[in-house]
Write a protein that binds this ligand. Structure first.
Ligand SMILES: NC(=O)c1ccc[n+]([C@@H]2O[C@H](COP(=O)([O-])OP(=O)(O)OC[C@H]3O[C@@H](n4cnc5c(N)ncnc54)[C@H](O)[C@@H]3O)[C@@H](O)[C@H]2O)c1
Length: 410
């Protein structure tokens, strides 16, 4: 596997460097931006047409969880020239059968053990309920499969670390959604930070919400909640841009204590549906993520017409605003002291779509081309979410222990 060099340093260490010599932004920031642009842009550029290289190896892939999000993943996997889709699985067997028929997948199974005992495959894409990921991912790794998991990878940092240890021990790969750091808009923002366009970075805000899923109860049950479902995108983007968080302070609440959902009818909401999370990064940078399931949005769950700045970063000399959501970005607005008129950049997605993570992982398994998405980053975000819950429960600021390596290509 052709691994890029990695660094423990964060791009905003150059906040400190800039203070000593504002004219010379730190090398590590620039290197990070090169990585973001180089790798991200290449991956987002689109795949060669299927069949263009008939000899290319395809990863035998199985998908578990044939619910709502499978309708976004399966078309991407079917089109990916690095994937041979061999099986689908769901504990609601009619769903697996329906998706197998619709996407011409040769095998379908009613549970994971039957899938593992069935037609051979090497890569599992886990699209099950949030609470089920940890056990499904563990069993798949034990059975020798590479894993792409929807968020979260596990239910706790300790369990997630154990999964990663297991993967490494067995020479397997483990990745988790979301993939916001792969977008060209993320790369553009990283490059502006790296180039010192914002001066000394001070603060960032992000928000993402809608009125909540209506189809499945797990979103509202223990270990569900709006943070692992929605805030996870913003938390990934902000830590991706500003570096790992050192501590978390949060207020969480339940605004709608009962809901009606399609699979279980009237249910009690057991995890937060309203979250305010404050993050302390290095060098004095503070960021804030606001997220929940009670946000009226005229566009519903559809991000394509969202034109607000849902991510905003500000420093002593500039402002960056991401147009639309970080999972479906439409551009980046930039204003600086030198050019104070807000100007729009990077309006082309260049092939990036939020549901392509598993397909990019398959490409990595075939070609060795690494993603900017790492399991360590996903685990850091998971720790932020569990720390936010601890902060709400105790009223205290909670220090974090995890970090992640910056994907720096020399
Ligand atoms: N729906 C979306 O638009 C969307 C978007 C991005 C991410 N996600 C994420 O995708 C995941 C799934 O969400 P969804 O909306 O598709 O939910 P869903 O309820 O529509 O589908 C989940 C499916 O997994 C199946 N399942 C659960 N446990 C299983 C197990 N142990 N073995 C086999 N099948 C099992 C369920 O029967 C169900 O069909 C969640 O982590 C969610 O956060 C969803």
């Amino acid at each position: 596997m052709n691994l890029p060099a990695a660094s423990n340093r964060t791009p905003l260490e150059s906040n400190a460097v800039d203070a000593a010599d504002p004219g010379r932004p730190g090398m590590n920031r620039r290197a990070f931006a090169r990585a973001a642009l180089g790798v991200g842009a290449t991956l987002a550029a689109g795949w060669p047409a299927r069949g263009a290289e008939a000899s290319r190896r395809r990863v035998r892939t199985g998908v578990i969880g044939c619910g709502s999000v499978s309708n976004a993943y399966l078309p991407t996997l079917v089109q990916c020239p690095y994937v041979e889709l061999v099986s689908v699985c769901d504990i609601k067997p009619e769903r697996a059968r329906r998706q197998a028929e619709r996407f011409k997948v040769p095998h379908h199974y009613p549970h994971l053990e039957a899938m593992l005992a069935g037609t051979p495959f090497e890569f599992l894409v886990d699209l099950t309920d949030m609470q089920a990921h940890e056990a499904v991912n563990r069993r798949a790794l034990e059975a020798g499969k590479h894993v792409w998991s929807e968020k979260p990878i596990a239910n706790s940092l300790a369990a997630g670390r154990e999964l990663l240890r297991l993967a490494r021990e067995k020479g397997l790969r483990l990745w988790g959604a979301p993939i916001t750091v792969q977008s060209p808009q993320f790369a553009f923002m990283a490059r502006q930070l790296a180039g010192g366009k914002l001066g000394r970075v001070a603060a960032a805000h992000a928000d993402y919400g809608h009125e909540g899923p209506t189809w499945s109860a797990f979103f509202y049950e223990k270990l569900g909640g709006s943070m692992p479902d929605l805030a996870v995108y913003n938390l990934t983007t902000l830590t991706g841009l500003l570096g790992p968080a050192r501590s978390v302070t949060a207020m969480l609440s339940i605004v709608t204590p009962e809901r009606t959902v399609e699979d279980k009818g009237r249910i009690r909401v057991e995890e937060e549906d309203n979250a305010m999370v404050l993050l302390e990064h290095d060098h004095g940078v503070i960021s804030h993520v606001q997220s929940g399931f009670n946000y009226f949005n005229p566009h519903g769950h559809d991000g394509s017409r969202e034109t607000r700045h849902t991510i905003a970063l500000v420093g002593t000399q500039g402002y960056l605003g991401l147009v639309g959501y970080d999972w479906a970005p439409l551009g980046v607005d930039l204003a600086t002291k030198d050019h104070p008129t807000l100007t729009r950049h990077e309006t082309d997605a260049r092939g990036y779509v939020w549901q392509q993570g598993a397909a990019l992982a398959a490409e990595c398994l075939v070609t060795g081309r690494e993603l900017l998405v790492t399991p360590e980053h996903a685990l850091h975000v998971l720790e932020i979410i569990t720390a936010a819950r601890e902060s709400q429960a105790t009223g205290r600021r909670v220090p974090l222990t995890s970090t992640f390596k910056w994907p720096v290509v020399s």
